[in-house]
Design a protein around this ligand. Structure first.
Ligand SMILES: Cc1cc2nc3c(=O)[nH]c(=O)nc-3n(C[C@H](O)[C@H](O)[C@H](O)COP(=O)(O)O)c2cc1C
Length: 370
């Protein structure tokens, strides 16, 4: 069942979804320690990278043992995307994904992110520019179904991406309007799989536990899965996915003691990667609630963990939790991460009436998104 993305074999066919503020080098390293697959970076702004923004440069850092290096780029202008691709290829990346689904109003208002595929000529030029600059490095595209139910663009955008030389297309099976609400529409992934013939189709949306991935593959015929929120506070999901795809029994959820051990490890990996303990522990705060999802840890403890300022404080708090506590039955599927939506989509004036316009929108490449 190996997935081929250009020259890359991805086995099992599992991809860690790019998640801004989450899938940095430390989190990817933690996930990799559990399984195999492709682990994509946080979204990196093509323009900011080319303008030598210091923070952005840090986002294309890789651990020495990260053998397969994957970066997601965000851009709205073929020129800047091409320049950014050359830079990351020079850094030795093995895979580049293009963000075409960001729902942040900051970017859709200016025609970026999830608004971009509607301008199919421009979208095709961006993918083509990336593919040409990437040489042998495969370029993939990650998109949503469309702006809203009246403006579905994914089939047309997939054709544009395929024609421009993309090595795979990934679909988060929601519209931009939906944000993260409702259930992902896996039937759209099946439709995309029927529509796209030359390259693999990756399905994304609502894989919370390993059996969901097998179910998505079986229901939609997709060639691989992209896993986002399901692994927040649950990096061992990649072990479960490897087991499920290999036909091995999937282990039950860990007891709280093991969860605490992984939390301490994650925080240390962040400190190592960032080099500033205070900053790293503050960055880790958002993960604490995700790790404890479903475990009876108490509101007071959750609040304290979400305010920890040092590794010592974190260790002390984690040491106060009962290591023998088990995850209550049924809690495996509890959602975590973004859940908001729906929300009307803000677009530039006459955006849907000028769909053939090949001109890059102005300002959208400076508005970062998450
Ligand atoms: C915290 C967070 C940050 C995200 N950042 C990005 C991003 O930078 N690029 C992107 O393409 N998608 C981003 N996404 C969307 C995910 O990649 C994924 O498409 C979405 O969460 C649906 O998959 P899931 O149901 O497995 O979570 C983000 C999602 C979350 C929860």
């Amino acid at each position: 069942m190996a997935l081929k993305i250009g020259p890359l074999a991805v086995d099992p066919p599992v991809v860690l979804a790019p998640m801004a503020g989450v899938t940095n080098a430390a989190f990817r390293r933690l996930c990799r320690s559990y399984g195999a697959g492709l682990y994509v970076s946080e979204m990196v702004s093509a323009r900011a990278l080319c303008e030598n923004n210091e923070r952005t440069a840090g986002m294309v850092a890789f651990a020495p043992d990260e053998e397969v290096r994957s970066v997601q780029l965000y851009g709205v202008d073929p020129y800047w995307v091409s320049e950014a691709v050359k830079r990351v290829v020079d850094l030795g990346v093995h895979h580049i994904d293009l963000n075409s689904g960001c729902p942040s109003p900051k970017v859709t208002r200016r025609g970026g992110g999830g608004a971009l595929p509607a301008h199919h000529v421009l979208f095709g030029s961006i993918v083509r520019a990336a593919v040409q600059a990437a040489g042998a490095v495969p370029v993939t595209v990650k998109m949503r179904k469309g702006i809203d139910d009246d403006n579905l663009t994914y089939l047309e955008a997939a054709t544009a991406a395929e024609d421009a030389g993309a090595a795979a297309v990934a679909l988060h099976a929601r519209t931009v309007e939906q944000l993260y609400s409702g259930r992902a529409d896996w039937s759209a992934i099946a439709r995309l799989k029927e529509h796209v013939s030359a390259v693999p189709v990756l399905g994304n949306g609502d894989i919370w536990a390993a059996p969901d991935a097998l179910q998505m593959m079986a229901e939609t015929g997709c060639d691989g899965v992209v896993v986002g929120r399901g692994c927040l506070g649950k990096p061992w999901l990649f072990r479960d996915l490897a087991d499920a795809f290999a036909g091995r029994p999937v282990q039950g959820p860990p007891r709280l003691g093991e969860v605490c051990r992984v939390m301490a490890q994650h925080a240390r990996l962040l400190v190592e990667a960032i080099g500033d303990e205070g900053f790293a522990v503050r960055d880790f705060r958002k993960h604490t609630g995700w790790y404890l999802t479903g475990y009876p840890a108490g509101g007071e403890m959750r609040r304290k963990l979400a305010m920890a300022g040092s590794l010592a404080e974190l260790d002390d708090l984690l040491g106060q939790l009962d290591p023998t506590v088990e995850l209550p039955a049924g809690a495996e599927h509890l959602p975590r991460g973004h859940l908001q939506g729906p929300r009307p989509v803000t677009l530039p004036d006459r955006w849907m009436q000028t769909r053939d316009d090949p001109t890059p929108p102005t300002g959208a490449d400076r508005a970062f998104c998450g």
